[in-house]
Unconditional design. Structure first.
Ligand code: CP
Ligand code: NVA
Length: 298
């Protein structure tokens, strides 16, 4: 049976660690210059309804390093769901390529692609989840802290797709999750109902107090640009800055999925400071995409 990765909930704990192990090996091969053309002659179709730097470049580069090929389909190229149905697009792509990655607005689009395609489908971000990002982030935390056991992640900001994927992962893995957001911007209730590990607070100082990892994301996600000005005021107390970090314990690490809106959710001094691992994290998008693709096509 084909496997999909439309949500963190598509995986179990063992499968997540299988992908981490694969990713570690692929990263080591890449660093040592050892050829690892495991997906020779395979083709990945990449469907984008939204912009991207990291997701697009890391999937495409990853596929090249694995000996395969990636095709970038920009929003206007196939106009999925409008020029033709999601289901027909999936059935066509299934006849030509080996794997689909889709960055879309509605989660249902990724689910419908997965239902109609006979090849694996990867969620490259939707309005509900960003599962590839969270796999990358947890892999990065294990690299830095050796394990997720006893790790507390503080997510400060909008209860968005990235936050939801952290919540999903907290239901399966060993870490604790403190989430601080303004009232009215809480994450998805159905996701929260599936974990006992996520603790919500409206006080960012409380959330960072015992955190090993302090994480943030943009306040207005792609597609929500019209709310950006209003959110700047509401979210101001949730900015990751030196003042907030006075409440943190020593040895915290700063993470951000990027792109960052410097001066909004995070200050320059924090994102460029000694505790920031954001570019190690960004690098790992490349390695984790390779792990995910190899695992799905195994
Ligand atoms: N973090 C992330 O997914 O970046 P892009 O939006 O640039 O792909
Ligand atoms: N929450 C952000 C993540 C970007 C990688 C968005 O959806 O725009």
């Amino acid at each position: 049976m084909k496997r999909d990765f439309t949500s963190i909930f598509d995986l179990g704990k063992q499968e997540i660690y299988e992908i981490f192990d694969l990713t570690k090996k692929l990263k080591e091969s890449q660093k040592k210059g050892i050829k690892h053309k495991i997906l020779k002659d395979k083709t990945l179709a990449m469907i984008f309804e939204k912009p991207s730097l990291r997701t697009r470049v890391t999937f495409e580069t990853g596929m090249t390093q694995l000996g395969g090929h990636a095709i970038y389909l920009a929003p206007a190229d196939i106009n999925i769901g409008k020029r033709e149905s999601v289901s027909d697009a999936a059935k066509n792509l299934s006849r030509w390529v080996d794997l689909i990655m889709a960055r879309v607005f509605a989660h249902k689009t990724v689910e419908d692609l997965a239902k109609s395609a006979v090849i694996p489908v990867i969620n490259g971000l939707c309005d509900i989840e960003h599962p590839c990002q969270i796999m990358c982030d947890l892999f990065t935390i294990i690299e830095k802290k050796e394990s997720l056991e006893k790790i507390t992640i503080a997510y400060i900001g909008d209860g968005n797709n990235v936050c939801n994927s952290f919540i999903a992962a907290s239901a399966l893995l060993e870490f604790n999750l403190n989430i601080a957001m303004p009232r009215g911007y809480e994450p998805n209730k159905d996701y929260l109902a599936k974990t006992k590990k996520a603790i919500l607070t409206y006080d960012p100082k409380q959330a960072v107090k015992d955190a090993d990892i302090i994480y943030t994301d943009v306040w207005a996600s792609m597609g929500q640009e019209q709310s950006a000005e209003k959110k700047k005021k509401i979210f101001k107390p949730y900015q990751i800055n030196s003042e907030l970090l006075k409440s943190a314990q020593k040895d915290y690490l700063i993470m951000h999925c990027l792109p960052a809106h410097r001066g909004e959710e995070i200050t320059d001094e924090v994102i460029d400071g000694p505790n920031s691992i954001v570019f190690d994290q960004a690098e790992n998008r490349l390695h984790i995409q390779k792990g995910i693709m190899v695992w799905l096509l195994k």
